[in-house]
Design a protein around this ligand. Structure first.
Ligand code: MRU
Length: 348
């Protein structure tokens, strides 16, 4: 099966697999400006922390191409509105700001006539690096997991931390793919992930497409399957990891971590270094995106909730570092995430 490339350079524009349409239809959407890219990120055409970082980097490059002829202003002034718009279109996943700030830091060193091309090359490098990181994390994570004897390893995952959420291959699902590539018998249980069903629509689609044994459950079934001994390890991705190791990830992750601890099941978080935000001291300081009520009250355009009811819709929650058994990065695996072990990722 062809590897998935959710973010790509295509016909001189940014091409995104429209994830809102999956698994019914696989269609590429083109973006030719920062505004079009920001709207695609806001509306979840592309989602998942590393993937939105990659998309935003290409969004800044296409904005430079769009503005190349307008030579009255310098590049910083021309690109500032697009940079700011992209940087604020989703608040929780730090990869978005990380990727844009990286390109922004390169701008002063670029020859003015080369800016569009150089930004494009920098975006392509971010994409290539993310793919390499996913493969490295997959290997490192898989090597930490003990195979039960005589039966498949049973993995529970939440949301979509797969190829679709990254440059390809995936973080949590990168570990799943590496286990499969090591020839280990595995079975994945995917939570459907209310309210937008990233698990049912995206994770299940990706894994079934790859021929991996996958079972879909609703979010509220996870405790039942953990208590009945049907889960060996929980593997999830992350949107932002604070300097002390607290993990923001898709809403519901915290509950899974508490359940995993209660049932003595290892809880593995897999994320590239670009997801670790050393400027945010702890999880309470991570901004949590609240999305529209309609995502909870409606499905497929039809209202399912009683009229007049109030709704809360935080898209992410924070899992304390103390509940994380393993934090897998492309550099190394950390077994006790805390300020010292996280800081050491940059000093050793
Ligand atoms: O709202 P989403 O779909 O962007 O949320 C995605 C997640 O929470 C993923 O688990 C996270 O970004 C890790 S992706 C490798």
């Amino acid at each position: 099966m062809e590897p998935l490339a959710p973010v790509r350079w295509h016909n001189n524009r940014l091409g995104l697999i429209d994830q809102r349409l999956l698994p019914i239809e696989e269609r590429l959407m083109a973006c030719s400006s920062a505004e079009e890219t920001a709207q695609a990120i806001e509306t979840m055409v592309v989602r998942g922390a590393p993937a939105i970082g990659c998309a935003a980097a290409f969004g800044l490059a296409v904005e430079a191409m769009r503005l190349a002829a307008d030579q009255q202003l310098g590049w910083i002034e021309r690109l500032q509105p697009g940079y700011a718009r992209l940087r604020s279109c989703r608040p929780t996943a730090v990869n978005l700001a990380w990727a844009l700030d990286h390109l922004w830091s390169l701008l002063p060193g670029m020859a003015p006539h080369e800016v569009p091309q150089q930004l494009l090359m920098a975006a392509q490098q971010i994409l290539a690096d993310d793919l390499a990181s996913c493969r490295a994390m997959g290997q490192l994570g898989a090597d930490q997991i003990t195979q039960p004897s005589g039966r498949p390893l049973r993995i529970l995952t939440h949301c979509n931390a797969g190829a679709l959420a990254t440059a390809g291959y995936g973080t949590a699902l990168g570990v799943v793919r590496a286990l499969r590539d090591q020839g280990r018998p595995i079975r994945v249980m995917a939570t459907e992930t209310r309210p937008l069903l990233q698990g049912a629509r995206l994770t299940a689609w990706e894994l079934v497409r790859d021929g991996i044994d996958t079972t879909l459950i609703t979010d509220s079934m996870a405790g039942h399957f953990m208590s009945s001994g049907e889960v060996d390890v929980v593997i999830v991705g992350a949107d932002r990891v604070a300097a002390n190791g607290d993990v923001a990830n898709k809403i519901g992750t915290y509950a899974l971590a508490v359940l995993a601890r209660h049932h003595a099941i290892p809880f593995m978080v897999v994320c590239p270094l670009s997801t670790i935000d050393r400027a945010t001291a702890h999880g309470d300081a991570i901004p949590i995106e609240e999305r529209a009520a309609v995502e909870v009250t409606h499905w497929a355009g039809l209202r399912r909730a009683a009229e007049g009811v109030q709704v809360r819709n935080p898209a992410f929650d924070v899992t304390p570092a103390t509940l994380v058994s393993m934090l897998v990065t492309e550099k190394q695996v950390i077994f006790t995430p805390n300020e010292a072990t996280i800081a050491a990722l940059w000093t050793t």
